[in-house]
Design a protein around this ligand. Structure first.
Ligand SMILES: *Cc1c(COP(=O)(O)O)cnc(C)c1O
Length: 435
């Protein structure tokens, strides 16, 4: 089936997927990998190098998934590789402190004016889960405000979708989440000042924190107004609630200090993930000394991890963030990305296609409904049939995107202008074939 869809040989991937279906739910270890929303079955990746990946059938692709964001230096970066290998020569895990944890913390805290202490964990989900517990423990309040379309990992209380209307009390959108957990989550529309004001009027002293992806990038790219984010800061301060920026994607992506610096807003809590681990599993939550003081063993909020601060993972993070901290790194990322995006957008405009790529920093998202700026989840056109055609057209032309139209693409430092020029041509050709 996959072969006819894309016109490339996917027979080995298809066989491997048939096997995997016997082992894993849906054949995968994370749902979006299953290619459910695009035709065919997933490509099994054999290796990656720089901007490229190769599947088990030997097809080569320019990769814009980049492991869903972590690989800001591309695949198999020599600095990251060498640091991992030399660290591993001394053993892989001790369950005791190592100097590498200090080094990664210094690299981050010495540059970031928004946080004073950090705790390393092993995933973005774990970071958010732990930080929510901290917010509740610190404030002594239970309710959490989140926004429709923001993803915060598979934490029980965050797997809640909004109905329409103001300050809807959450009902669970995943089976297995007790109604009583979900009822502590208030879901509001993004970029809607009246909704958040009304919510604080109603729940004034019950709200532990307001959690947001300051650059929502898990459900399209829903760029918020600066004034909306400023309002969140003001309302949280007024009501003694904590402002929680989930920067698992935006952290070290739109700038070294993430969206906090991009918008010039100091949140009370920040979570990181993805880029921070250099391609290995690392997450982190961070805040002021005072707020972090409530975490065990200093304080009463318990949180622990057998592999937290794992030396090999810390090493990968150190190597990657060292490269990111070099002067001009983010300017360069952004200028290559915008040249790439502009080329495709101007082609689409000339041809009159209802298509535009939305971008910030080195993140981009393909919007097929022609709206200039979508800021809320309910404004996304749910018809992904055109994304599907583009996705498959690009596979045929040697370009790999994450297999979902709701997901964003990532440009890495290994995506040279030359590579991006080639990829842009593939985008234009693919669009021409069906638009
Ligand atoms: C990816 C992501 C998470 C979850 O991180 P995992 O490492 O997949 O658990 C949480 N929040 C945001 C904003 C994310 O993009």
């Amino acid at each position: 089936m996959g072969e006819t869809v894309t016109g490339i040989n996917r027979s080995t991937s298809n066989k491997l997927f048939e096997k995997a279906k016997n082992y894993f739910p849906g054949g995968v270890n994370s749902p979006v990998r299953a290619f459910k929303s695009v035709d065919g079955s997933p490509l099994f990746i054999q290796k990656g190098d720089g901007p490229h990946i190769w599947d088990e059938d030997g097809n080569q692709f320019i990769d814009f998934c980049c492991s869903w964001g972590p690989l800001i230096l591309g695949h198999n970066n020599p600095d990251v590789y060498n640091k991992i290998v030399t660290t591993l020569q001394n053993g892989s895990s001790f369950g005791a402190p190592t100097v590498l944890e200090n080094e990664l913390a210094e690299l981050i805290l010495n540059r970031n004016p928004y946080i004073e202490k950090i705790r390393f964990v092993s995933s973005g989900t774990e970071a958010v889960m732990s930080a929510l517990r901290m917010a509740r423990g610190y404030t002594g309040r239970n309710k959490v405000v989140k926004f429709e379309g923001c993803y915060h990992g598979h934490v029980d209380s965050m797997l809640v979708k909004a109905g329409s209307g103001l300050a809807t009390l959450g009902t669970s959108s995943s089976a297995g989440v007790p109604e009583s957990y979900a009822s502590e989550t208030i879901v509001l529309p993004l970029n809607d000042p009246e909704a958040i004001k009304a919510c604080f009027e109603k729940h004034q002293d019950e709200i532990a924190c307001v959690i947001i992806e300051p650059i929502p990038a898990n459900n399209g790219l829903l760029l918020q107004d600066q004034s909306f984010l400023n309002l969140l800061r003001e309302l949280c301060t007024e009501n003694k609630s904590l402002l929680f920026f989930d920067e698992v994607i935006s952290g070290f992506r739109v700038g070294f200090n993430g969206a906090a610096e991009y918008f010039g807003i100091k949140p009370d809590i920040i979570t990181y993930g993805k880029i921070i681990g250099g391609g290995l599993p690392v997450g982190a939550y961070a805040a002021s000394k005072e707020i972090m003081g409530c975490i065990a063993p200093d304080g009463p909020v318990y949180q622990a991890g057998t592999l937290s601060g794992n030396p090999v993972a810390m090493a990968a993070g150190i190597a990657q963030l060292t490269a990111c901290s070099k002067p001009g790194f983010y300017e360069d990322q952004e200028s290559r990305t915008s040249a790439f995006v502009n080329k495709i957008n101007s082609h689409a405009k000339t041809k009159g296609y209802d298509f535009e790529i939305v971008t910030v920093g080195s993140i981009f998202w393909l919007s097929f409904d022609g709206k200039k700026r979508i800021q809320r989840a309910d404004q996304i056109d749910g018809d992904m049939s055109k994304f599907n055609l583009l996705f498959n057209g690009l596979l045929q032309r040697g370009v790999y995107l994450g297999p979902s139209g709701y997901e964003v693409g990532f440009v890495s430092a290994a995506h040279t202008s030359e590579i991006l020029e080639k990829a842009a041509d593939a985008f234009c050709e693919s669009l021409d074939s069906f638009m």
